[in-house]
Design a protein around this ligand. Structure first.
Ligand code: C2E
Ligand code: CA
Ligand code: CA
Length: 452
């Protein structure tokens, strides 16, 4: 596997949308505070009744709460899984101690319900373990405790009866409040997404989709083309970056319309370049979402834009992220080949972060590997990243593809890459993404360094 180990090593995620981050942060903070308050209250209570051995269990709950708060800022899948499992174990252990006694039913197992709901609403549907398997484990455990199936495992160290009666009432109340709070956070999240989707639909109609361009250069400094990067210009004038709306667009089928708009604008710029001998050889790279490649209308739609805009298809390069190749690869490759037959070329984006095997790579109609910027940026400080960077450039050479390093920010990074045999670069060292008019002025200033 070329990218497998690497992708896991860096734990990279293409988009970590703001909306999801807010929701995960909200649920983790709520969980953290609840665990700390509950743990502290019960630990003190048991100490008061002289049951120090029981308060230790609640110290563990406090530790889980602190972990949840510490991890809430990171809001990543791994943090969520760690916290969810720690809470599960804590609730499980306390529910075992909480075996029913006369007049007092078991109540701690009720916390399995907000735990199941929290996981089901926080993990995305494609994260099957977190969104489905883990909630089911919680629900099965809840049912097992509820029917008394786990009573034989009770350690027989039940707390004093007066504490148990009071605890049962407070556990029922608190677990139901937590469940309601998790439903409320989820409802607010759905509302926010629906509003955003409505606004995005209107934005496409109102021409608020804007394309910025980031130049790509060769080792000697000559400009070879540019990558089209989408932006959303809000009526307030604010400019939203793709990670704030592309994931939502991909979920709501708006991605097709947005991408065609980007393709049209990028092809219009390409057409403009073709009018001047200085810019007529520049290539235009356009990002393609995997969702589009799974749509059978995609190939005819791209062909229609190429025809309408009257551009040279060999100057159009479509970029697909390596991680997109994990699902339905046969249908995707078929469409990639259909577009290649029209003259369009393909580049594999964020190379090194996905899961494509070298044998898959060999069968893809890809001419260029775009090395993910994390490798470039970590090569200076991490020996492993440096070695991986060299290997990726080597892979491109063995596969007869060109290599473009992304995120080149310093002269040292560029020189290192040139030494490794990398032949194309993109990054803030050369230029940041800019609007079409600014790009035109930038290109004119560098006319001496343009090919042709
Ligand atoms: P990408 O294709 O990997 O694009 C490169 C991203 O890295 C851009 O972020 C660019 O602004 C940023 N970048 C470029 N040079 C540097 C550098 O030297 N240092 C650092 N730190 N960053 C650099 P941007 O524009 O926010 O785009 C983010 C992602 O959004 C893109 O990643 C691409 O996957 C996606 N995207 C952008 N436009 C489109 C589009 O039209 N359609 C689709 N489906 N996705 C798009
Ligand atoms: Ca790209
Ligand atoms: Ca990239």
């Amino acid at each position: 596997m070329a990218g497998n180990a690497v992708g896991k090593h860096y734990g990279l995620q293409k988009f970590n949308g703001t909306a999801r981050r807010e929701k995960v942060e909200g649920i983790l903070s709520l969980t953290g505070v609840s665990c700390i308050v509950l743990g502290l209250g019960w630990a003190l209570c048991y100490l008061y009744f002289g049951r120090a051995e029981l308060s230790i269990v609640f110290v563990a709950l406090i530790a889980v709460g602190v972990l949840a708060l510490l991890r809430s800022k990171r809001s990543d899948g791994a943090s969520l899984l760690i916290v969810a499992h720690c809470i599960f174990l804590a609730v499980y252990a306390i529910a075992l101690i909480d075996a029913p006694i006369a007049w007092v039913p078991r109540s701690v197992h009720l916390f399995m319900l907000p735990l199941a709901a929290g996981a089901a609403f926080t993990f995305e549907a494609r994260e099957r373990y977190g969104s489905l398997v883990f909630p089911l484990i919680c629900l099965v455990s809840f049912a097992a405790f509820a029917v008394g199936a786990l009573d034989p495992l009770a350690p027989g160290i039940s707390p004093p009866v007066e504490v148990r009666a009071w605890g049962a009432r407070s556990n029922v109340t608190l677990s139901m409040i937590l469940l309601a709070a998790i439903f409320a956070i989820h409802r607010a999240d759905i509302g926010r997404r629906l509003r955003m989707e409505r606004e995005l639909r209107r934005a496409v109609r109102n021409g608020e989709i804007e394309v910025h361009y980031q130049p790509q250069v060769r080792g000697g400094g000559a400009v070879s083309g540019a990558e089209a990067l989408v932006r959303w210009r809000r009526p307030s004038g604010a400019l939203l970056s793709p990670d704030a709306f592309i994931p939502l667009a991909e979920e709501s089928a708006l991605i097709g319309e947005i991408s065609l708009e980007v393709l049209r604008q990028a092809c219009a710029t390409l057409k403009l370049w073709s009018d001047s001998p200085c810019t007529s050889q520049l290539r235009m790279a356009v990002n393609i979402s995997p969702v589009q490649l799974l749509d059978e209308a995609f190939v005819p739609a791209v062909a229609a834009v190429i025809r309408q805009m009257d551009i040279d298809p060999s100057l159009l390069e479509l970029e697909l992220t390596e991680s997109a190749l994990s699902t339905n690869i046969t249908a995707m490759v078929e469409r990639m080949r259909a577009l290649e037959a029209l003259g369009v070329t393909w580049a594999l984006d964020d190379f090194g972060t996905g899961y494509s095997s070298l044998s898959t790579l060999r069968t893809l109609p890809v001419r260029k590997l775009k090395i993910d910027r994390h490798f470039v940026q970590e090569a200076a400080s991490q020996e492993s990243a440096l070695r991986l960077l060299g290997k990726i450039v080597e892979i491109s050479q063995v596969m007869n593809m060109s290599a473009l390093a992304e995120g080149v920010e310093t002269v040292a990074q560029r020189d290192l890459l040139v030494g490794m045999g990398c032949d194309h670069f993109q990054g803030y060292l050369f230029a940041r993404p800019m609007p079409a008019a600014v790009l035109q002025a930038w290109l004119e200033k560098r006319v001496d360094r343009l090919p042709g």
